[in-house]
Design a protein around this ligand. Sequence first.
Ligand SMILES: Nc1nc2c(c(=O)[nH]1)N[C@H]1C(S)=C(S)[C@@H](COP(=O)(O)OP(=O)(O)OC[C@H]3O[C@@H](n4cnc5c(=O)[nH]c(N)nc54)[C@H](O)[C@@H]3O)O[C@H]1N2
Ligand SMILES: Nc1nc2c(c(=O)[nH]1)N[C@H]1C(S)=C(S)[C@@H](COP(=O)(O)OP(=O)(O)OC[C@H]3O[C@@H](n4cnc5c(=O)[nH]c(N)nc54)[C@H](O)[C@@H]3O)O[C@H]1N2
Ligand code: SF4
Ligand SMILES: [Mo]
Length: 902
Amino acid sequence: MTNSNGWIKSTCAYCGVGCGIEAKPTSDGRLEIRGDAEHPANYGRLCSKGLALGETVTHQGRLLSPSINGEDCDWDQALDYVAEQFNSIIGEYGPDAVAFYASGQLLTEDYYVANKLMKGFIGSSNIDTNSRLCMSSSVAGHKRAFGADCVPGCYQDLEMADLIILTGSNLAWCHPVLFQRIKAAKADRPDLKVVVIDPRATSSCEIADLHLAIQPGSDVALFNGLLAYLAEQGQLAPDYIAAHTEDFELALASARQDTEDNNKLSCVTGLSPQQLTDFYQLFSKTEKVVTVYSQGVNQSTHGTDKVNSLLNCHLATGRIGKPGCGPFSVTGQPNAMGGREVGGLANTLAAHMEFGNEAQHRLISEFWQTDTLSNSPGMKAIDMFDAIDSGKIKAVWVMATNPAVSLPDSNKINRALEKCQLVVVSDCIADTDTTRHANVLLPAQGWSEKSGTVTNSERRISRQRRLLPTPGEGKADWWIISEVARKMGFGHAFSYQHEADIFQEYSEMTGLGNHGSARRPLNLTGLSDLTPAQYHQLSPQQWPVADKSERHHDSQEQPQHLPHKRLFTDGVFATPTGKARFVAVRYQPPASHTSKGYPLVLNTGRIRDQWHTMTRTGLSARLGEHTPEPYVSIHPTDAKRYQLNDSQITAVNSEYGKAAVRVNITNDVKPGELFIPIHWNDSTSSAGKVCNLITPDSDSLSGQPEFKFTPVSVAPQAFRSEALLLLTTPHDISEFDYWVRQKVSNGYLYRIASILTPEQLMPQLARYCQSENGKELSYNGAGNGPYRYAKIKQQRLLSCYLIATDLHQQDVAWLNHLLDEPIDSSVERSLMSGQAEGKLAGGKTVCACKQVGKNTICQAIKEQSLTTVEAISSATQAGTGCGSCVSEIQQLLDEQILVSSD
Ligand SMILES: Nc1nc2c(c(=O)[nH]1)N[C@H]1C(S)=C(S)[C@@H](COP(=O)(O)OP(=O)(O)OC[C@H]3O[C@@H](n4cnc5c(=O)[nH]c(N)nc54)[C@H](O)[C@@H]3O)O[C@H]1N2
Ligand SMILES: Nc1nc2c(c(=O)[nH]1)N[C@H]1C(S)=C(S)[C@@H](COP(=O)(O)OP(=O)(O)OC[C@H]3O[C@@H](n4cnc5c(=O)[nH]c(N)nc54)[C@H](O)[C@@H]3O)O[C@H]1N2
Ligand code: SF4
Ligand SMILES: [Mo]
């Protein structure tokens, strides 16, 4: 799929939108990246993370060689070792003493073989994945209602809807291209209404007609209220209910119990009766409604019930399986869907077949030619790590995920990994919090080197293509797993020569017993006879593709004619009766409660420009600029109560552990509620890892952890000095009390705080600047400083630091580019004065795509009297790339207007 100009089509590495990209290798080993105008997920658009993909393919920090207990070795030795250790542990303790912990960032082909090895041949179901943390409540909710784990709609529905409800989803930052599509549709058709349901005011509220800042965890009550309202107002679809569903009366009775008393509903949801009525009326009078939902719904002790409460409302009004209608679970990771399809979760079999179904068990056993196919579900992620902690599981193989950072109660997880007899980690990055626990490290190919398929949120399968050669010894994940399988003695079933062989086997498998009343929507048999060349060329395909005739052939159609398939259009669902099931759900409060010791509720989530544990987005200097440091958002009244000033460092404590982050005082969160982003970890900060605090409570049905509700306390932390240290290579600076690492162009910027005085801190920092010779500039204030130092060689900065009693109020973004620009006298002056002068005065980056800083924008607003975002964009270029900074530009504009009207 290379066109005549050398652009290769592939799929973005990050979120479940699954945008098509085109990439062209550059002479310096990077990639030029642009959106694929023909891909139906994005039609050419990309967000800031997608646009920066080319900057993350650097070889810096890559895991280059296999190793055993810290000693590099060759592949044969490493694979032999893993196979022997697994076999010996299984021999002694049985198959349930081993486990795989996989990821929605594996390709479908990788995932398929991992699942086949564990469930089919090792004979245990102890394979679970980070999708447990991400989508498992949606999976469980879909299965309860539809009989199968299916997202019924397609992206086109977002543009055809007249009402879009975003609940528990910060789409603007987490699925930015979908957000941009909705925004464009709304600009075309202002009648398209948007409701955001989120305890926080997020960037997604930029397009909201109504923001319902609900009480955390109260979603079931809100949607039960909607169901009861619809019934009361005679706004249900009785014919649809009668023909296509069952158990409606039970669900309605349950919903009515939650809503008997309007005051109670207001009290539980924290919404006024007027807000409730506004929302309910909007839903009831709008025919075409899409409810987009994500982690605010899923990551909850009652996540599955939250999912079913909103599915109930769509089923009761027949708003499903029609253009512009339906519940829409937007998936997080690039291949969260693919993993679910091939049985990556411990409680499902491959190809949407299920434990407990004798016929399916027999079909799979025959298909794989195995007599050891596991009979029952395995351990879900939280239980799996508990079993590692207790010693029941003795070997774990972690693939493409960083559980030492991302699982709740991180102290326990790290203890468990430390104790575990055998920890095997396949990753492309050498130093992560999880690789630090590994006995065996296996270097995997990274995004730009891999080849295979991924499935996005609208069930569309896209090819990820090899773009660059692999550094060092990195191998494809499917190859690594298949080789271990061969060495464990299962060679006959893992003799794949190419990823296309695996795809062929998997797509054939989706056809097993898939007919008549046992029909499963997931059917790819129309793709099962692809030749390797056709697989290589494969254009995006939305499932089901039950027959060859349904296959989309690239060259024959214009992108605007690509099919947009919906499921359940005929009202036939994947349950034994063909009817969708209502689920009777009741509101229940979150499992944990605030108390005197832990009076505040901690919510966690994502920021715009970082991806999870930052092992990849953290390589891009551009992406690091937007939010360089972990923070806690807190309401002004709480800040006052707990004596916190803006930008000071605070300790955050929970029953499980502690963190230390910057204070961000804002009205975006309500009193009593805090928000901390998830991205920082022990490799990038002293105490920014939020999962140290998080409760291991999880949903009893789905096993998905409660990441949005942990009781915590805050307490200001006193430091005597703060410092900024700029170095060209990463250093271990864990000797400092508080530190955060930021990738900047050609180096690293460390933010440091210390209980030492500036004078005492100075000699400690100076040690990090000693390695090379060069011209030294220094400014030494007496006692409390400030102290400033820079080492320069041939007009290049080698290192520098700034120390003062407090630096946090100061705009220091001008330091970000110092390592890649020639140092002239104005830069030298800035370094010695500690203030940006001359060309450095642009300020903190707002628009990452066009590199426009805050000061430039604010200055343009003031000097040119700009009053609209469009005017700012045309004056400064800010917001003309991916557009996801537009809300921030608006905010700057609002602030400037406020300032000038003061
Ligand atoms: N930039 C960026 N994008 C990403 C990712 C990333 O790391 N960075 N990760 C990807 C992945 S894997 C995922 S899973 C998705 C996640 O995408 P989202 O789910 O959109 O992201 P989150 O920030 O985790 O949470 C969404 C919102 O839920 C709200 N919330 C909290 N509690 C409640 C509640 O009780 N009810 C309701 N209704 N809302 C609540 C939070 O305030 C938050 O704004 O993002 C994907 N996209
Ligand atoms: N507090 C809190 N915690 C959360 C969440 C939350 O909202 N709040 N969200 C949860 C959710 S939804 C998710 S999805 C998880 C994400 O959490 P993780 O999955 O732990 O995070 P990642 O940083 O994406 O980890 C992926 C790892 O795989 C490596 N990798 C990348 N590509 C490949 C590859 O092709 N092969 C191999 N072998 N390795 C590769 C990367 O270098 C990285 O180390 O976090 C969860 N944790
Ligand atoms: S929205 Fe952004 S991160 Fe998600 S797939 Fe598209 S470009 Fe990648
Ligand atoms: Mo996720």
